[in-house]
Design a protein around this ligand. Structure first.
Ligand SMILES: O=C[C@H](O)[C@H](O)[C@H](O)COP(=O)(O)O
Length: 262
């Protein structure tokens, strides 16, 4: 059955499965958003049901909250949890320093708040998400709806002074209407091609009035679990400077993978 699913899905699954093993009984866990994080939530749900794992999950979007409840994870708010042991989330891009672009699904604001309120953040990703320099993936910036066109103009003017190639900021759409985030805001996707100084850009963007948050995660991620379509996983720890190679046995997990995919 696994053969019928794409190598990318298998890569996402094995990364999520390996990261789920980092979650221990009693932990308060930040639950990311997106297709990779959805695999993680399903894997954790399976551990809650079949192995009696006891965790509290803090979701980073209404979508993730709904899925977590569906699979039987106890859902609490960030304020109820106070502080988290671990957050596991996907990413749109990561570089060698484990700096990230996130927000392709529009959940960057809650994701950044939750990841920052965690002892450790683990990113799960297929190998295609790794880049030498961030920026090929459009950088999402969450802006309040009031005066968003003025905010866009200010952002574009700001980009002129930065070490970036592209300077266009596109309003993300959902059909004919602007996309609306869980917080009722809009997203501007910055087509930059290459971000020379992501740390500086992250700081500068947040100085623009109307900007709520940007999708650059700098010095937030501690570990990345990279999944491959053949079941291999690589775990990189930026603090320890270690790289571990592992394998999730797809034959052993065939039922789980197939059940979860249903
Ligand atoms: O807003 C969405 C999140 O930042 C996602 O974690 C990110 O877009 C990666 O999503 P996926 O795992 O679907 O590629």
């Amino acid at each position: 059955m696994t053969g019928e699913l794409s190598p990318i899905d298998r890569a996402k699954f094995v990364a999520a499965k390996r990261a789920a093993d980092m979650v221990e009984d009693g932990m308060r866990v930040g639950l990311g958003t997106g297709s990779t994080a959805a695999w993680l939530v399903r894997c954790l749900g399976e551990m809650v049901r079949d192995e009696g794992l006891k965790i509290q999950g803090v979701p980073t979007s209404t979508r993730t909250a709904a899925l977590a409840r569906e699979v039987g994870i106890e859902v609490v708010s960030l304020d109820q949890a106070g502080w988290l042991d671990i957050t596991i989330d996907g990413a749109d891009e990561f570089d060698g320093d484990l700096n990230l672009i996130k927000g392709g699904g529009g959940a960057l604001l809650q994701e950044k708040i939750v990841a920052t309120a965690s002892d450790q953040m683990v990113v799960i990703a297929d190998a295609g998400k790794e880049v030498e320099t961030l920026g090929a993936y459009p950088l999402p910036v969450e802006v309040i709806p009031f005066g968003w066109q003025t905010t866009r103009k200010l952002i574009e003017e700001t980009l002129v002074s930065m070490d970036v190639l592209g300077r266009s900021a596109a309003l993300r759409m959902n059909g004919d209407a602007p996309f609306v985030t869980d917080e009722g805001n809009h997203i501007l996707d910055l087509h930059l091609q290459r971000i020379g100084n992501p740390r500086q850009l992250a700081l500068v963007l947040n100085q623009v009035p109307g900007v709520v948050e940007n999708g650059l995660f700098i010095d937030i991620c501690d570990r990345v679990v990279i999944g491959f379509g053949d079941g291999r996983v690589e775990v990189r720890d930026i603090n320890e400077g270690t790289i571990e190679h592992d394998r999730v046995d797809m034959a052993e997990n065939d039922n789980l993978f197939t059940d979860l995919a249903d």
